[in-house]
Write a protein that binds this ligand. Sequence first.
Ligand code: GLU
Length: 471
Amino acid sequence: MQVVTRFAPSPTGSLHVGGARTALFCWLFARHYEGKFLLRVEDTDRTRSTPESIKTIMDGMTWLDLDWDNKDYGGRNYYSQYEQRGRHAEVAKAMIANGTAYYCYATPEELEAMRAEQKAKGLPQRYDCRWRDRPVSEAPKGVSPCIRLKAPQEGETVIEDAVMGKITVQNSQLDDMVLVRADGTPTYMLAVVVDDHDMGVTHVIRGDDHMTNTFRQVQIYKAMGWDIPTFAHLPMILGPDGAKLSKRHGAPAVSDYRERGYLPEAVCNYLLRLCWSHGDDEIIPREKAIEWFDLSGVGKSPARFDFVKLNSVNAHYMKEKPDAELAKLAAPFVSAKIGRELTDAEVELLAKAMPDLKPRAQTLVEIAEMSAFYFHSGAFVLDDKAKKILTPEAMKNLKELAAKMESLAPFTGEAAEDLFRKYAEEKGLKLGAVAQPLRVALSGSTVSPPIFHVAGLLGKEETLRRISAVG
Ligand code: GLU
């Protein structure tokens, strides 16, 4: 049997962390078993579904490198639930024909009165099956019927969930749900089952907020005599405070992580560890994740989102990345910081600076903050701390050193450092007394990457220009 999983987002907003984790687990499961991973957009809610949201979701998946295998629908690169509405209605008709569904002519007013009466009597409010066994010949004129499932009223429905284990519900708890509304539109419950069946989905992996829907969906599979897929419900993701992860915890959308300078492989690695584990392994690169991922590794308890851990995972992946690649990724963040595009030569300089930047940064945004000074032109605006370093004596030394640097050939960071060391020694000064003013002149700040490395990267001309710019 070929494994087929699907990710089925409703396009009513951005791709959130929970959705991304579901997509990742579905993708990994499919890749592990060399099966298929399909994307189905659940766009039946026409008022809330938007093309922008579909694009955002697909962009997020592409950024996370979660490629889907069904991309050809004649101009559309995803399966659209809405486009299948005719097929959903057809299945509902087939259920009427095989006696597992029926037309219900109860009007909204009637149902309202029924619920009010149940409420008054303290009974659970649910459809009382008034049309379940009534012949259509009794149908009132002018009322469009809905179609309801003739749900089993006795016995129980059992799900063997691959994560949650065996879960049982008494059929007496489930009423005859609507499959097709009076206006002819299929309900979500019917659409999901028909689509999963038609797409050949073998494993439905999704958030555990869908658990209660699953009982109802299983009844539809049974009514149609279709194979029931394996269900795997993933535990929730909580915020650091233990409440359900939401916007107020900061950055719940995948695009937010991208904008905050996280690498997609780090985000995937971090998401993978939310409710799934492989021993004590924390850093799990993609190939290992594909090799190791299985539903048996998914735990039953919710996971807490931990920004500190995400940062350390991101720092790890940044350190591992070749400098030139990381510089290309950081370049847009630097550009945003300095308000202009970097030239190719500047991106090369950034790559050369990387060994000094990446051990100290956790995100690309931090790299941009630490490296913006390399690309500064004109004079720096100095803060008080920096100004204090540039005493008249410090400036005098710096000018003398600048004159000596003028004749350094070749001009390298090591050669400059040598020169500063000798000078300090001769004058009986500590290296810091001459290096710190150089730092302020070259970086505009009292903290920077190793300053002689900076001088080497900036080159003689720019080093001297910056020194003369401070005084
Ligand atoms: N469209 C549903 C959602 O976004 C998912 C449905 C499913 O996975 O079965 O929550």
